[in-house]
Design a protein around this ligand. Structure first.
Ligand code: SPV
Ligand code: MG
Length: 281
């Protein structure tokens, strides 16, 4: 089954909570699939971090697209592209949807912050564009897509920018009317109360996505019971990698030989398997 059909099927499956994990290249996307998750989130934060850059539109749309292409060719899972604000205004959104649909993404997420954006957990730089301007971006995205199975996720940053719950709900309604396939409500507080409140007040059919980075205690069971459709585990891969790399490098530096870190390393045979060396002629 095509990844895009799979994504639609997962969304339509009653009681299913889709678990997506952030990846930043083909290798990490392949690992997400090996561990049986439902989808890959081509994370702006992970990809930017892997280039040692801030998650603030420092990398270009083309750089994100090229990485996302490598992610897609490395997994059969549906890939959701984190397209930030759509890399500019409505014209950039149109170009973004054309290009990312063409490389085979199953979903495109765009958020209602100003371009250039700043990662949601950084205090500064959290300004929103107007509701009307973002509605126009969503309408343009929906008009541009060719495959009806491609999903457009409207990400609301009202709670991140301090604009409040009423603003979040008003925007959600406007984005639903503009044709968004899913609503992502983002929150940066250290418990799930905001997203739970939003979910209770959201009475329209558009399914809701959350990113529980700052409220990691939020379980799949709670997501199911509260009718959230998708959990995005946005950055555990890059953060666990950095931790492992730091541990390895500091141990190696104070060691006399590679032997002292040997047990910490994955076997070369595992790496060859990940690279699919066996499939070579
Ligand atoms: C990302 O992974 O790039 C995200 C999630 O958009 S967050 O870092 O929470 O903004
Ligand atoms: Mg992002």
């Amino acid at each position: 089954m095509k990844a895009r059909n799979k994504m639609r099927q997962l969304i339509n499956q009653k009681g299913k909570v889709i678990r997506a994990v952030g990846a930043h290249n083909g290798l990490t996307a392949r690992l997400v699939e090996r561990h049986n998750f439902d989808a890959v989130w081509a994370s702006g934060f992970e990809i930017s971090s892997s280039f040692a850059k801030p998650d603030a539109n420092i990398l270009s749309m083309t750089e994100f697209k090229n990485i996302t292409e490598n992610i897609i060719e490395s997994t059969t899972l549906p890939v959701i592209a984190d397209c930030d604000t759509g890399f500019g205004n409505v014209n950039n959104v149109i170009e973004t949807v054309k290009k990312f649909e063409n490389i085979g993404v199953s979903g495109i997420s765009i958020e209602d912050k100003i371009f250039p954006k700043m990662n949601s957990f950084v205090e500064k730089g959290q300004s929103l564009i107007s509701k009307k301007e973002f509605e126009d971006k969503l309408k343009a995205a929906k008009d541009t897509q060719i495959d009806p199975d491609l999903i457009i996720i409207a990400r609301i940053e009202s709670l991140i920018a301090g604009s409040g719950m009423d603003d979040a709900l008003e925007r959600a309604f406007a984005y639903y009317q503009a044709g968004a396939d899913m609503i992502l409500i983002h929150s940066k507080i250290h418990n799930p109360s905001e997203v739970l409140q939003f979910r209770k007040l959201w009475n329209y059919p558009t399914p809701v996505v959350i990113v529980p980075t700052t409220y990691p205690m939020f379980s799949v069971e709670e997501a199911r019971n509260n009718d959230f459709k998708m959990l995005i585990y946005a950055n555990p891969i890059i953060r666990s990698s950095v931790k492992a790399i730091n541990d390895t490098l500091s141990k190696l530096y104070s060691s006399d030989s590679l032997l002292e870190i040997d047990d910490d390393l994955i076997d070369m045979s595992y790496m060859f398997d990940l690279q699919k060396v066996k499939e070579m002629v």
